[in-house]
Write a protein that binds this ligand. Structure first.
Ligand code: PEP
Ligand code: MG
Length: 570
């Protein structure tokens, strides 16, 4: 048995296909100044050809069946046409006298590297898309034909060094049973696509010991894979594959059913998104709205702070795609690991304890108000809600609401439409706010618990530090007591309490949170069916019993063991 990181659930058995691509290498050619115009024209033509290729792929996709692939292709088309990208390419042709393909590879490499440098896994993973686009355009210029995975003679499990998002989209879904790559991260678009296309996938696999035609088994949940297994393993995994498929079919039927326990306690399951397009996932996931729209992407995809108009368009798009369902927009949470090149952000000893999120916004009211005005204007087009991140003191919540009021007054004077009663809530992700939830509950319309940060601050464990990752758990009794306080005090004040941190996505934790009284679970779209399933299977009375017992236990190890023994999360 060998092991990588399982990124897309499912079990498959079949023959291996070792997929090798010729790397696109720069030609390292220096041009003369006379050639500058000609090379720029070649770039323009190659971009047009790349966009045409992508549009052709997009035409073949049924959005209703595979919205993620369609959305991603749209992003690739948009990035290919990005004026900033073109400006960079032109710059290298004009000032470094790079040939057209070299300038493309240099510009895409540079943009990808700036994304990679971000510690935030979500944004770092976007670098794969930019490289993919650069390779496509440079490949056209160099006349390198890409090997095609879109028509395969029979069923295969692909073993590759790496797969780009566009290679993944182009895969012949009828014949690709699954894939393994040596490179790749769980948050890469390739992994996200595999999940949405329901192709079992493993990344970070060694892949060295396999040849074309070997019989292999892959388990995309555990990350385990076997090359030339014995008969006993084949039998065992054939049974596991059947059980997996049956369970998946059952989960799919839950899509249009409510998240309600057998004894009638109803909760909301909503999704976390980072781009307006992703609001398309609400319906197919079987969710009831968006519980967290991380707006950082709008700012990170840009060379200067996005203006009111472009933000308005983005929020309106999210509202329209949500089709009347609620969308909670979180105001800019920049700083910490997410830095913006165009803003003077001081280097800090402890960026996670520093100048970030609401602290930055209150200090830069013009940037903050631009976003608030854009959200307010977009609120005329759907059920948008506003959420402030990283609130640690009441003065911050009050000042943020005051600025929001200023924006409302301005818009009224200008005669612009907006929802005057827009719900305004806060994230509870700093222990001071969690402990004083009673105080905050009086002035917020809703709470959403950010366990990703709440854990790191409560436990004094950096969420990025692998060395101490074993201490980072929301099952720590200290964290659980804070969660209990937030839910209890929120309810005492009559406001709903949700959670948009990763804890809500864990089916086992979801039962505990159900018992605690949490009202709303905001999870990634692919996790909706698993959380819904466990909620529909667990009586509220039983969840309460489990929760009450958990609160008598003294360590995260005991708590996890107890939950594992008492919850059927499959
Ligand atoms: C959180 O802290 O739990 C959260 C949802 O916010 P982020 O992960 O964006 O910091
Ligand atoms: Mg957070």
């Amino acid at each position: 048995m060998e092991k990588g990181i399982g990124v897309s659930k499912g079990i498959e058995l079949g023959r291996a296909l070792v997929y090798q691509t010729k790397p696109i290498k720069p030609e390292e050619r220096i041009i003369t100044t006379n050639d500058v115009k000609k090379e720029k024209k070649r770039v323009d033509e190659a971009i047009t050809a790349a966009v045409a290729e992508l549009e052709q792929m997009l035409d073949k996709i049924d959005r209703a069946v595979n919205p993620t692939s369609a959305d991603l292709l749209e992003i690739h088309i948009e990035l290919s046409r990005d004026p900033l990208f073109l400006e960079k390419i032109y710059h290298y042709i004009e000032f470094s006298l790079n040939s057209a393909p070299d300038a493309v590879l240099r510009a895409s490499g540079e943009m990808a590297a700036s994304f990679e440098a971000l510690e935030d896994k979500y944004y770092a993973a976007r670098s794969g898309d930019i490289r993919d686009i650069g390779n496509r355009i440079a490949g056209i210029l160099l006349g390198v034909r890409r090997v095609n995975l879109s028509s395969l003679p029979g069923d295969v499990i692909i073993f590759a060094n790496d797969l780009t998002p566009s290679e993944t989209i182009a895969m012949d879904r009828k014949h690709v049973l699954g894939f393994l790559t040596r490179i790749g991260s769980p948050t890469s678009h390739t992994a996200i696509l595999a999940k949405s296309m329901e192709i079992p996938a493993i990344v970070g696999a060694v892949c060295g010991s396999v040849s074309d035609g070997d019989f292999v088994i892959i388990d995309g949940s555990s990350g385990e894979y076997f090359v030339n297994p014995d008969e006993e393993l084949i039998q065992k995994y054939t049974r596991k594959r059947l059980a997996f498929r049956e369970n998946l079919a059952r989960l799919k039927k839950l899509r249009n059913l409510p998240a309600v326990t057998p004894d009638g306690r109803k909760v909301e399951i909503v999704i976390n998104i980072a781009q307006p397009l992703e609001a398309n996932k609400i319906e197919p996931a079987g969710a009831q709205g968006v519980g967290l729209f991380r707006t950082e992407f709008l700012y990170m995809n840009s060379t200067s702070a996005p203006d009111e108009e472009s933000q308005f368009e983005a929020y309106r798009e999210a509202a329209m795609r949500a089709n009347g369902k609620p969308v909670i927009i979180r105001t800019l949470d920049i700083g910490g690991d997410k830095r913006l090149s165009y803003l003077a952000m001081p280097k800090e000893e402890n960026p996670f304890l520093g100048y970030r999120a609401i602290r930055f916004c209150l200090d830069n009211p013009e940037i903050f108000k631009t976003q608030l005005r854009a959200i307010l204007r977009a609120s005329a087009y759907g059920d948008l809600r506003i959420m402030f991140p990283m609130i640690c003191a009441m003065s911050e919540l009050r000042r943020a609401k005051q600025l929001l009021q200023e924006c409302k007054t301005e818009l009224t004077t200008e005669g612009q439409d907006y929802n005057n009663h827009i719900k305004t809530g806060m994230m509870v992700e700093i222990p001071s706010a969690a402990a004083a939830a009673d105080v905050f509950a009086g002035e917020a319309d809703f709470f959403s618990i950010g366990t990703n940060d709440l854990c790191q601050y409560t436990l004094a464990v950096d969420r990025m530090n692998q060395k101490i990752a074993n201490l980072y758990t929301p099952f720590n009794p200290g964290v659980l007591r804070l969660l209990r306080n937030i839910v209890t005090e929120g309810h005492r004040a009559g406001i709903p309490v949700g959670m948009c941190g990763e804890m809500a996505s864990d089916p086992m934790a979801a039962v505990l949170l159900l018992g605690m009284g949490l009202d709303e679970f905001s999870v990634s779209a692919s996790n909706v069916p698993y959380v819904k399933d466990v909620i529909r299977k667990t009586a509220f009375s039983r969840a309460k019993e489990l929760y009450e017992h958990v609160m008598t236990l003294s360590s995260s190890i005991e708590i996890k063991k107890y939950l594992e023994e008492n919850i059927n999360a499959n």
